[in-house]
Design a binder for this molecule. Structure first.
Ligand SMILES: [Zn+2]
Length: 252
């Protein structure tokens, strides 16, 4: 079934080149764009990631924050009615917007859940990238039957599949989607920028470097063409695909 996909940009934040490319010495500014992705054309809309909250935007000094729910409304989707939210990983900027989806079941890789509710909290290096309250709520949501733990490659609907990659985080997953243009891969943070995947130049924020490098191979194999790879934080996404309105990018 051919699906449509939108990348919805809801915030921006300046960081440094050296953080996002392995052993890159440059301290120059690098601007991250924050997206969530929505897949339409099936029996119900599916989102990949939930964005982050207004409190996160303030705490982490992000600019131009717009509620992810408002961005979804602009493509005709009511966040409160979305039944399935695929979670690429549990970093703050991908998980903390869970409150916008009170009707959703959240699909998280088993290793990702285990890492952030266990080992990740033991080390300052990892604690930087997650917020304890949203993770505590994830545990509560799990006990309320609203978390689906997935393992490895998992079909979501015919033509939509999640794939365990790891690397950037313990259980990071990417999503492949059949569209009229072919198979699109939404990489989320398996590749923040096109430079990461195209030069095999991984981000510094990792749990497992070989997994990250193998992930690039897997993404290319799944997509079959670099023209169908949608990276996680690159402003370039708006240029490579069709920005139909400011912040609303039609991928396929
Ligand atoms: Zn991210």
């Amino acid at each position: 079934m051919p699906y449509q996909i939108y990348a919805l940009k809801y915030a921006e934040r300046d960081t440094k080149q050296c953080t996002f490319f392995f052993r890159e010495p440059s301290q120059d500014t690098l601007t991250l764009h924050f997206y969530l992705w929505v897949i339409l054309g099936g029996p119900y809309p599916i989102v990949l990631d939930t964005g982050f909250s207004a409190a996160d935007a303030q705490r982490r000094e992000a600019r131009k924050w717009v509620s992810p729910a408002d961005m979804l409304a602009r493509v005709g989707v009511k966040a409160a009615e979305v039944p399935v939210a695929l979670i690429s990983h549990l970093h703050w900027d991908h998980w903390d917007g869970y409150q916008f989806f009170p009707g959703a079941r959240f699909w998280v890789q088993r290793e990702e859940m285990a890492f952030w509710t266990g080992f990740g909290g033991q080390h300052a290096h990892y604690r930087l990238f997650a917020e304890p309250e949203p993770l505590a709520d994830l545990v509560k949501l799990n006990y309320a039957g609203r978390v689906r733990l997935v393992e490895g490659e998992t079909p979501v609907l015919p033509g939509i599949t999640t794939h365990l990659i790891g690397g950037h985080t313990a259980g990071l997953q990417v999503v492949s989607v059949e569209t009229a243009q072919g198979t699109v891969v939404l990489t989320s943070d398996a590749s923040h920028f096109y430079r990461n995947i195209e030069r095999r130049d991984p981000v510094q924020i990792i749990t497992n470097l070989p997994q990250m490098l193998q992930g690039f191979e897997r993404i290319d194999e799944l997509a079959g063409s670099p023209a169908r790879v949608v990276t996680g934080h690159d402003p370039e996404v708006a240029k490579r695909f069709d920005e139909v309105e400011p912040g609303i990018i039609k991928v396929a």
